[in-house]
Write a protein that binds this ligand. Structure first.
Ligand SMILES: Nc1ncnc2c1ncn2[C@@H]1O[C@H](COP(=O)(O)OP(=O)(O)OP(=O)(O)O)[C@@H](O)[C@H]1O
Ligand SMILES: [Mg+2]
Length: 253
C-alpha cells in the first residue's frame, strides 16, 4: 500500500462560540477521488480552507506526503502542489481569460514586457488539454457565463500542475452538459494521478467519479464508505442521521 498524500488528524476549529470542526480526520491517497459531503454548515468548506492554509486550525495535525505542515496561506500550500477552487471562485472580471489563468505570473520578454502572445498561446493549450469550452482566450471573463468562468478558475488551478485539487461545490450552478464536462475533467486528472476532493450536495456526481465518500455532520466525522460498497441511500442516511464517531467512542469509554 502506498502512503496518503494528505492526512488530517484531530482537526478542531471554532469561530467564536461556533464549533465548526471537532476532532476531524481525513485521508487522501494519490490519484484518489474523495467525495466530501454533509448538510449545510457541516464544516466541509472550513476543513478544506484549513487544508490550504486559508484558515488556521485551533488544533490537530496535517501531513502532506508524510511531512507535517503549517500553511499560513494558500500560497504556501500551492508550493506543495495543493489547489482549491472555491465556492465563490475569485477571478478578475475586467481581465481576459489568458490574463486570469496566469494572474500574478504573466510571462515577460526581456524581463520587462508582458509576453501576451506566449500567455495567450499557453492559456489556449491548457484549455484544450482540459477540453474546456471557452471560445477565445482574449475574451473578458465578466462576459462569460458562470459555468465558463468556473472553467477558467479550474484551468488556472490546473496550470500550477497540482498533486491535489479541491473542488468546492463545482457542479452546483452548472448545466447538465457543463457538469458532464467537469466530471470528465475530474476523470482526466485522476488518470494523471492527481488526488481530488469534491465537495458536493449532488450525490450522483460523487457516485459517478468518486472512489470514496466521507461524511461530516455538525463538524464531526460520521462515516466513510467506498463508493463501490455503498449506495446513495446509505450516504444520505449518514448525512441526516449519522452518529458522530467521536460521540461513539465517548460512549464506549
Ligand atoms: N469565516 C467564518 N466566520 C465565522 N463563522 C464561520 C466562518 N466560516 C464558517 N463559519 C461557520 O462554520 C460552520 C461551518 O461552515 P462551512 O462553511 O464550513 O460549512 P459547509 O459544510 O461548507 O456548508 P455549505 O454546504 O453550506 O457550504 C458554520 O456554522 C459557519 O457559519
Ligand atoms: Mg461550503
Amino acid at each position: 500500500m502506498n502512503a496518503p498524500i494528505v492526512e488530517m488528524r484531530g482537526i478542531d476549529k471554532s469561530f467564536g462560540p461556533v464549533r465548526a470542526l471537532v476532532n476531524v480526520n481525513l485521508r487522501l491517497m494519490p490519484g484518489e477521488v474523495l467525495g466530501l459531503v454533509g448538510d449545510n454548515s457541516a464544516g466541509k468548506s472550513t476543513l478544506m480552507k484549513i487544508l490550504t492554509g486559508a484558515y488556521q486550525r485551533d488544533s490537530g495535525e496535517i501531513f502532506i506526503d508524510g511531512k507535517t505542515v503549517h500553511f499560513k496561506s494558500p500560497h504556501e500550500s500551492r508550493d506543495l502542489g495543493i489547489e482549491m477552487i472555491y465556492q465563490d471562485f475569485a477571478l478578475c472580471g475586467n481581465l481576459d481569460v489568458g490574463q486570469n489563468i496566469f494572474l500574478g505570473r504573466w510571462p515577460k520578454r526581456f524581463g520587462l514586457f508582458v509576453d501576451r502572445a506566449k500567455m495567450h498561446h499557453d492559456a489556449r493549450e491548457i484549455l484544450d488539454r482540459l477540453k474546456v469550452d471557452v471560445n477565445s482566450v482574449y475574451q473578458k471573463v465578466e462576459s462569460l457565463s458562470g459555468g465558463r468562468q468556473q472553467s477558467v478558475a479550474i484551468a488556472r488551478a490546473i496550470s500550477f500542475d497540482p498533486k491535489v485539487v479541491i473542488f468546492d461545490e463545482p457542479t452546483a450552478n452548472l448545466s447538465v452538459t457543463a457538469t458532464k464536462r467537469l466530471l470528465e475533467t475530474i476523470a482526466e486528472l485522476k488518470r494523471h494521478n492527481v488526488a481530488q476532493i469534491i465537495i458536493s450536495h449532488r450525490m450522483n456526481d460523487i457516485f459517478e467519479v468518486g472512489d470514496r465518500v466521507m461524511v461530516l455532520k455538525r463538524g464531526r466525522n460520521v462515516g466513510e464508505r467506498l463508493i463501490a460498497e455503498t449506495t446513495e441511500k446509505e450516504v444520505l442516511e449518514l448525512i441526516v442521521s449519522g452518529v458522530p464517531e467521536t460521540a461513539a467512542t465517548e460512549l464506549v469509554a
